[in-house]
Write a protein that binds this ligand. Structure first.
Ligand SMILES: CCCCCCCCCCCCC/C=C/[C@@H](O)[C@H](CO)NC(=O)CCCCCCCCCCCCCCC
Ligand SMILES: Nc1ncnc2c1ncn2[C@@H]1O[C@H](COP(=O)(O)OP(=O)(O)OP(=O)(O)O)[C@@H](O)[C@H]1O
Ligand SMILES: [Ca+2]
Length: 587
C-alpha cells in the first residue's frame, strides 16, 4: 500500500524547481538550485492536507480557479503562534505546483487524494451543523458562512445546516430525528450550545443501547458521532481547553482533518435521577452565585460575568456543606504535579488502555461492553464538612480567556477523573488572591485555605440533611428513563431554576456563624445573604442543592487533538518565519 502511493518527480512553484516526494505519510518538496544543490525543504503530513484541486486555485477572500492543465494546488494546515494563548493557531496553507505534463499532474492529484483516504480514516464526509444566532456577540451565522463553510466545501464535506430558532432545538433534534449518514455534529456557539449537543448525543446513544442514564453506577455507552465546536459564545471554555485557542478557522481545520480527542463527562444526579451532564464546571458557592447574578444581566453580553463576578465578590458569601469524594488512584497522576495535558498526553493514553482494554485501537467507539472501573475496587469515600467560599468539580482544566491555565491547570481531558477544588471560608482579600491567581501562572492551590483532590465521584449535601428527603447511592436502585421521566427532568430544568432561586431568596436564613463572616459590603445588595447557594453546571443553574456527581471516562469524542505545545512549533510541518524564530528561541 505504502509503495503504491509513493511518487517522486520534479515540480515547479513559481520559477523555482523542487524535488517533490510523496511517501505514505508525508508530502515533501525540496528546492533544487541550478547546480542541483538541495536547499529548503517543505513537508506536510498527509493527514494535514485539506484538499487537492486541479489548476491554480484560491479560496480566500473568494474562490478563484484558473483551469490550467499542468497545474495543481495543494491546501494544507499551516501553524502560527497564537500571540497570548497557549495553543497554536491553524491557518489554511496553499501551494500551487506546475508539472511538465498533464499526465504527471493527474498522477500527482490521484496519488495525493488516495493517500488522504488511506491515512485519514476519521475525516468527516457529512456533518450536521447547528448554528446559534444569539450566542456570544451574536455572530454565529456570519462566522459559519464566511469562515467555515468555504473550508468545508474545499474539503468536500457536505453539511446540513440548521440555524436554531429556540433553546434546546439542537438537543431535541439529536434525541429524536434520523441521524443516519452523519459522521459528526458541529455546533457554532458557546458552551451552552455545546452542552445541548452533549445532552442530545449522550441521551440518544443510551436510548439506542437500552441503558438507564439515571443510575450513576451504569457504564454509559460512548457516543459514535464526533462533536465539532466552532467557537461563537461568551466563554467558549470547552473549545479553549481542548484546542488551546478560540479561533473558528483553527477549529474548522481540526474538524476537516478528522482529529479525534476523547473527553471525560460528569453525570450529575439528584434523588436517583439524572439532572445534567457536565464537562467543564460543576460549581457551588462563588461560581453558582456569579451565574445566578449574571442571568439578570444577559443584555451585557460576555461582560455580564465580570460585572456579576465583582458584585458577588463584594457580597462576600460563604456556605456550609458536606462534601464526600471518591479519590482517584494517586499513583497515576495528581492535580498538583505541575504537568499539563497536551496533545498526545501520556496520562490520557494510559487511561484509554485501562478504559478500553480489549480493543487494539484503544478507544474504539464500537466496543459495546467495557467496564470503566471493573479492575478498580471502588475505594473509600472521604467526607469533609464546613463552610466554603466555593466547591468546584472540573473534568478538564476549564481554561478560558479569563483564566488561560484554567480552574485546574493539571487536569486531564480524558483520564476518567475530575478535580475537586475546595475553597474554605477565608478573609475576603485572601479569596481575592485565590481568584487573581487564575489569571496568571501562580499556583492557586498553594494557599492554606484551598484543597484540590483528583476524584472519580463527589456527593454534596447540606449539614443535617436540610434540603431534600431523597438521597442517591452509586449502585442503588434507580428508575427507568422513559418519556415521562424525561419530561419531568425537562420541566425541572426549565422551571426549577427560577423556582429554586426564588425559594432560596425567600429563605434567607443566616446562621450566627454566617453573620459574623459576611458583613463586608453586604449593604450593596441590601439583603441578608442566603444560607444556600446554587450549582453552576457548565453555565446552567441546577434546580437542586444535594447532588451526586460521577465521572465517565472518555464518553464523547471531539474533532480536536488537545493543546499543541507552542514551544514545539519548530517541529512543525511547513517552514514559516515563525518556525525559524521559535527554533532560535528554543536553542
Ligand atoms: C481580580 C480578578 C479575578 C479574576 C478571576 C477569574 C477567575 C476565572 C475563572 C474562570 C472559570 C471558568 C469556568 C468555566 C465555566 C464554564 O463552564 C461556564 C459555561 O461557559 N461559564 C460560566 O459559568 C461563567 C463563569 C464565569 C466566572 C467569571 C468570574 C469572574 C470573576 C471576577 C471577579 C472579580 C473580583 C473583583 C474584585 C474587585
Ligand atoms: N435560537 C435560539 N434562541 C434562544 N436561545 C438559544 C437559541 N439557540 C440556542 N440557544 C440557547 O442559548 C444558550 C447560550 O448559547 P451559547 O452557549 O451559544 O452562547 P453564550 O451563552 O453566549 O456562550 P457561553 O455558553 O460560552 O457562555 C444555550 O444554552 C442554548 O441552549
Ligand atoms: Ca479528566
Amino acid at each position: 500500500m505504502e509503495t503504491d502511493l509513493r511518487l517522486e518527480s520534479s515540480l515547479w512553484v513559481g520559477n523555482k524547481r523542487y524535488l517533490a516526494v510523496l511517501t505514505g505519510w508525508h508530502f515533501k518538496w525540496t528546492e533544487v538550485d541550478k547546480k542541483n544543490r538541495q536547499k529548503k525543504t517543505f513537508s506536510v503530513p498527509v493527514a494535514e492536507v485539506v484538499g487537492v484541486e486541479e489548476g491554480r486555485v484560491e479560496i480566500l477572500p473568494q474562490k478563484l480557479v484558473e483551469d490550467t492543465d499542468k497545474d495543481f494546488t495543494v491546501f494544507y494546515v499551516k501553524r502560527s503562534s497564537s500571540g497570548g494563548s497557549y495553543g497554536l493557531l491553524w491557518r489554511l496553507g496553499r501551494t500551487q505546483f506546475s508539472c511538465p505534463s498533464r499526465v504527471l499532474r493527474d498522477q500527482w492529484i490521484n496519488h495525493l487524494r488516495s493517500a488522504l483516504k488511506t491515512h485519514s480514516p476519521l475525516r468527516p464526509h457529512r456533518l450536521l451543523v447547528f448554528v446559534n444566532p444569539f450566542g456570544g456577540k451574536r455572530k454565529g451565522r456570519q462566522i459559519y458562512h464566511s469562515l467555515v463553510a468555504p473550508l468545508f466545501e474545499l474539503a468536500g464535506i457536505s453539511s446540513h445546516v440548521i440555524v436554531t430558532e429556540r433553546a434546546n432545538q439542537a438537543r431535541d433534534h439529536l434525541l429524536k430525528k434520523d441521524l443516519t449518514g452523519f459522521d459528526g455534529v458541529v455546533c457554532v456557539g458557546g458552551d451552552g450550545m455545546f452542552s445541548e449537543i452533549l445532552h442530545g448525543l449522550i441521551g440518544r446513544t443510551q436510548q439506542e443501547a437500552g441503558l438507564c442514564e439515571n443510575d450513576p453506577a451504569v457504564t454509559l455507552q460512548p457516543c459514535p458521532l464526533h462533536i465539532g465546536i466552532i467557537p461563537a459564545g461568551s466563554t467558549d471554555c470547552v473549545c479553549h481547553a481542548t484546542v488551546g485557542v478560540i479561533d473558528p478557522v483553527t477549529s474548522a481545520l481540526h474538524i476537516i482533518i478528522g482529529d479525534s480527542q476523547p473527553l471525560d463527562v460528569c453525570s450529575v444526579h439528584h434523588a436517583s435521577a439524572l439532572v445534567r451532564y457536565s464537562v467543564s464546571l460543576v460549581g457551588y458557592g462563588f461560581y453558582g452565585d456569579v451565574l445566578a447574578e449574571s442571568e439578570k444581566h444577559r443584555w451585557m453580553g460576555p461582560l455580564r460575568y465580570d460585572y456579576s463576578g465583582t458584585m458577588v465578590y463584594l457580597s462576600n458569601r460563604s456556605y456550609s456543606g458536606v462534601v464526600q469524594y471518591l479519590p482517584a488512584d494517586p499513583l497515576l497522576s495528581s492535580p498538583r504535579d505541575k504537568t499539563r495535558c497536551l496533545s498526545g498526553c501520556s496520562v490520557c493514553s494510559r487511561s484509554t488502555e485501562k478504559l478500553f482494554p480489549n480493543t487494539s485501537d484503544s478507544g474504539s467507539l464500537y466496543s459495546s461492553h467495557y467496564s470503566q472501573f471493573s479492575t478498580d475496587s471502588e475505594g473509600e469515600w472521604v467526607s469533609v464538612e464546613g463552610r466554603f467560599r466555593c466547591v468546584s468539580l472540573t473534568c478538564m482544566s476549564s481554561s478560558c480567556a479569563r483564566s488561560p491555565l484554567g480552574l485546574s491547570p493539571s487536569a486531564h481531558l480524558a483520564d476518567g477523573t475530575g478535580d475537586l477544588i475546595l475553597v474554605w471560608d477565608t478573609h475576603p482579600l485572601a479569596f481575592l488572591k485565590f481568584l487573581y491567581r487564575h489569571t496568571s501562572t501562580e499556583d492557586q492551590f498553594d494557599l492554606p485555605f484551598v484543597e484540590v483532590h483528583r476524584v472519580k465521584a463527589v456527593r454534596f449535601s447540606l449539614p443535617g440533611g436540610r434540603e431534600e428527603e431523597g438521597h442517591e447511592e452509586i449502585g442503588g436502585s434507580s428508575s427507568r428513563i422513559d418519556e415521562e421521566e424525561r419530561a419531568r427532568v425537562d420541566a425541572v430544568s426549565r422551571n426549577g431554576s427560577q423556582q429554586h432561586l426564588a425559594e432560596r431568596d425567600m429563605r434567607q436564613e443566616v446562621t450566627n456563624e454566617q453573620k459574623t463572616a459576611t458583613p463586608f459590603l453586604c449593604g450593596l445588595c441590601c439583603k441578608k445573604a442566603p444560607a444556600v447557594s446554587v450549582w453552576n453546571c457548565d453555565g446552567e443553574i441546577l434546580p437542586f442543592t444535594e447532588i451526586l456527581c460521577k465521572i465517565h471516562g472518555q464518553l464523547v469524542r471531539l474533532y480536536a487533538r488537545g493543546i499543541e505545545d507552542g514551544a514545539a512549533i519548530h517541529n512543525c510541518t511547513v517552514e514559516t518565519d515563525e518556525c525559524e524564530r521559535r527554533r532560535v528561541l528554543n536553542k
